[in-house]
Design a binder for this molecule. Structure first.
Ligand code: HEC
Length: 150
């Protein structure tokens, strides 16, 4: 291969990996600023405060497309089951966050924290549409139950 071509390929590789990192860093940054005080730095959760945001069922939550961004828009309460056992608390809405931040957070949790790569990333446009018709907590609870039963 010609040196010039090698250089061009190397430059492309750097550009692509920096773009991917930029997205990753943003989701992680918003998580640290807005979520870690309850869900903890590694999203492992804390008894009596907030559930873990990782577990064997996260690919199923991810496949719904709307559950994770929906919880960020609507909040959550009532008993949920996790790999660490049942959890029953109250999460306030995070709807002050921008569409892009909610998308980045959802993708960070699904792709980076839970390693689920088979589900399309959530876009800011999708979050905007979801925000305009924010699901209720009971709709989200039904969606979660249905997804986990599959
Ligand atoms: C004040 C504490 C608090 C903050 C801040 C908070 N959460 Fe939560 N979160 C909770 C609690 C408590 C629950 C569980 C509610 C229940 O028991 O039904 C929860 C539930 C969730 C769920 C549903 C988990 C599941 O298994 O269904 C997701 C997703 C989530 N939070 C993401 C986030 C993200 C992302 C942020 C940051 C923007 C955030 N939360 C900020 C307390 C918090």
């Amino acid at each position: 291969m010609h040196d010039a071509m090698k250089l061009a390929l190397a430059a492309m590789f750097v550009a692509v990996s920096t773009a991917a990192q930029a997205q990753e860093v943003k989701g992680a940054d918003v998580f640290r600023a807005a979520c870690a005080m309850c869900h903890q730095a590694e999203a492992q959760g804390a008894a009596g405060l907030a559930p873990p945001l990782k577990g064997s069922y996260w690919d199923k939550l991810a496949k719904t497309g709307t559950y994770v961004p929906g919880v960020l828009l609507a909040g959550m309460h009532g008993q949920i089951t996790t790999d660490e056992g049942p959890f029953n608390g109250v999460m306030p809405t995070q709807n002050r966050l921008a569409d892009s931040e909610i998308a980045a957070l959802s993708n960070y949790l699904v792709q980076d924290v839970n390693g689920v790569k088979s589900v399309p990333a959530v876009t800011a446009d999708e979050v905007a549409k979801l925000r305009a018709k924010t699901p209720s907590v009971s709709e989200l609870r039904a969606l979660r139950k249905q997804a986990l039963a599959k």
